[in-house]
Write a protein that binds this ligand. Structure first.
Ligand code: ADP
Length: 631
């Protein structure tokens, strides 16, 4: 510290120290105890500090400077401190009113108990302190801190004053914008309308003159803040916002600048730049700015020197310029500003660690889970393919088995078919012979012959129809699923066994449902199901002694299902066998294979249906098939 002092200042201090030493020596000679007490009282002396704020205690940027100065002062002061704060609210008004009552208030407060030092923060507080110091604190040292050099009233400075000035360099701030975003065509400037802010609007205009045509400057100082927000929300591309200050807007509304800045940041579609450290960290991109730390450390150092007895006139500092540029990484990302555009020596803050850095072990866990899951999925896919193959294969087998079963059924149908074919073929023969006879007649009745030929044709069609149906049932086909009408399908199956039933003297009746029954299925397979059930029913009634021999086939609609019921008047199924009849190779017949019902069940289930059997109370078995309806 002494290295910075002028020689004039050193001499009196040495003299004072010599006197003090002498006094202490004398005291020590008398007694050691009073010397220690003197030391303690020197250290314990309370210092009263008066802190004068400009717009209010919570107004950025000054509030941040004030907070930092206060904290550092409390930390560095070797004396206990009594810091009293007052805010100069009149600076908020566009037309400042009378300050006299506030001055009188301070006067009555400090009369007879003068502060040891007065610290003003910001230009309005500095002006006020200078204007009223003669009345309020004529002999108290005054530190005018955080004042832009242009606003220092040098004419009224006294020997008892210290100025900690800052220097705004708007050209540097705007150069920073154009350096980062060279395509910028317009810069909109946000500065409020209080007297201080009006002063700055003029200063910025004056300083930016050399920019000339390079960029268009838009001034928002005569707009209410609401309107500024509206405009900032839809700025044309290649526009940047310059945030000067917003303490009082053109409508006279007072704003805490940082809250206003945050709402601007929330709505705007353009990057915001500011030259004040207190606005950095969330809303602005960054650049060269005033550093709170530097200004407050100089202010505190000056205050301690003065409180320690140094003459204020000897404490002198040059105005503080902008600190080396600093940038907010998040804003650089948001506006796509490459780090290569930043000036050398820049500092980037708020860099967000990437997701791998931030959630290292969670990411490792997720990756591991993904890998395990991928393995499981591929395993399952492989398994599914295998199952599908197996399914296709088993269907193939089923089709083959069903085909074999159809042959055996057809074997039983031979009589029926022979009978069905016999009838039309017999008629054809008789009709042909009759026609031959008639043609021998010299004047044959041509109408009659035409009639006979028509009969022959009809019988031939009947015979072909029998063969066509037989072919259809015997055709070796894989499953051919389509939309079918169940009443028709069952009717066709019954057509194949009518003659067999007749031959065995069994009454076969069919009662179709009154509504159409649309299901998805393979008609040939389903006909085989019906055939198997009818043949089994007829087999059960083969005992010649039975009086009533009847097979009733009905189709009904039961909710969202279609049902085919095949009931007979046979002996029914022994209750012990009810659970086994669908098992493969279960048979009670001497030459039975035990495959019929197993195939029936497999076919029904392949159609997403169910089959059940029960003995009717009045005798005989009833098989019920349920198939899901399409509508
Ligand atoms: P199979 O006809 O070769 O014996 P099925 O699987 O068609 O093979 O029938 C299995 C058994 O179920 C038959 O042997 C018979 O005992 C019994 N069964 C099937 N349908 C009836 C029925 N309508 N009445 C009485 N028993 C039946």
């Amino acid at each position: 510290m002494s290295g910075r002092m002028s020689t004039d200042a050193v001499r009196p201090r040495h003299a004072a120290a010599a006197l003090l030493c002498l006094a202490l020596l004398v005291a020590a000679c008398m007694s050691l105890a009073p010397a220690a007490a003197a030391e303690r009282s020197l250290r314990g002396e309370l210092k009263r500090v008066l802190l004068l704020h400009s717009f209010g205690r919570e107004f950025r940027p000054w509030s941040e400077f004030a907070r930092s100065i206060k904290a550092e002062l409390e930390q560095q002061s070797p004396w206990p401190l009594d810091i009293q704060e007052h805010a100069l609210l009149t600076a908020r008004f566009n037309n400042p009113g009378p300050e006299a009552p506030f001055v009188e208030y301070l006067h009555s407060l400090y009369q007879g108990a003068m502060p040891d030092i007065v610290l003003s923060i910001g230009a309005p507080a500095a002006r006020f302190a200078q204007r009223y110091r003669a009345r309020l604190f004529p002999d108290t040292p005054l530190i005018l801190s955080t004042v832009e050099q242009r606003l220092v009233n040098r004419a009224d400075l006294t020997d008892n004053d210290v100025v900690i000035a800052v220097r705004n360099d708007f050209m540097a701030a705007f150069d920073n914008i154009l350096q980062l975003l060279p395509d910028t065509r317009t810069i909109a400037i946000v500065i409020g309308a209080s007297p201080l802010e009006k002063f700055w609007v003029e200063e910025v205009k004056r300083e930016l003159k050399p920019l000339g045509e390079r960029v268009e400057l838009v001034w928002y100082s005569d707009l209410p803040f609401e309107e500024i927000l509206k405009r900032a929300a839809k700025l044309p591309p290649h526009t940047a916002l310059f945030w000067g200050l917003m303490s009082v807007d053109a409508a006279g509304i007072v704003h805490e600048s940082d809250i206003a800045l945050r709402s601007l940041h929330a709505v705007t579609n353009a990057p915001i730049f500011s030259y004040q450290d207190p606005f950095f960290g969330g809303s602005t991109v960054g650049g060269p700015m005033h550093s709170v730390a530097e200004t407050s450390s100089r202010t505190v150092s000056a205050a301690i020197r003065i409180l320690g007895g140094e003459k204020p006139g000897n404490v002198k500092y040059e105005p503080i310029g902008f600190a080396p540029p600093r940038y907010d990484w998040r804003e650089l990302q948001r506006w796509g500003i490459s780090e290569s555009r930043l000036p050398p020596g820049s500092e980037i803050l708020f860099r967000e660690p990437n997701i791998w850095e931030r959630y290292r072990w969670q990411m490792l866990l997720i990756t591991a889970v993904f890998l395990v899951q991928a393995g499981l999925i591929s395993g399952l896919l492989h398994e599914r393919r295998r199952r599908r193959f197996a399914e296709v294969e088993s269907r193939q087998r089923l089709a083959e088995l069903a085909h074999a079963n159809r042959y055996s059924a057809v074997g039983e149908l031979t009589t029926s078919i022979a009978h069905e074919l016999n009838q039309p073929l017999g008629s054809i023969l008789t009709n042909a012979e009759t026609a031959e006879l008639m043609l021998k007649n010299p004047s044959p009745d041509m109408d009659e012959i035409r009639q006979i030929l028509a009969d022959i044709r009809r019988d031939d069609q009947r015979a072909s129809e029998v063969i066509r149906r037989l072919r259809r049932v015997l055709r070796k086909t894989p499953f051919e699923v389509g939309e079918i009408e169940l009443n028709d399908t069952v009717r066709e199956a019954i057509g194949l066994v009518t003659a067999v039933a007749d031959g065995r003297r069994i009454v076969l009746t069919y009662t179709p449902a009154l509504t159409l029954l649309h299901v998805r299925g393979d008609p040939v397979q389903l006909q085989q199901v019906v055939l198997n059930l009818i043949i089994n029913a007829m087999d059960a009634m083969s005992d010649a002694g039975m009086k009533k021999r009847e097979v009733r086939v009905t189709t009904v609609r039961a909710g969202s299902y279609a049902e085919i019921r095949v009931a007979d008047t046979g002996p029914g199924i022994a209750s012990a066998d009810l659970g086994s009849v669908f098992n493969p190779f279960f048979t009670t017949k001497p030459e039975g294979m035990g495959m019929g019902l197993a195939i029936v069940k497999t076919i029904v289930e392949a159609h997403h249906g169910t089959i059940r059997v029960e003995n009717q109370p009045w005798g005989g078995a009833q098989f019920t098939i349920r198939l899901p309806l399409l509508d």
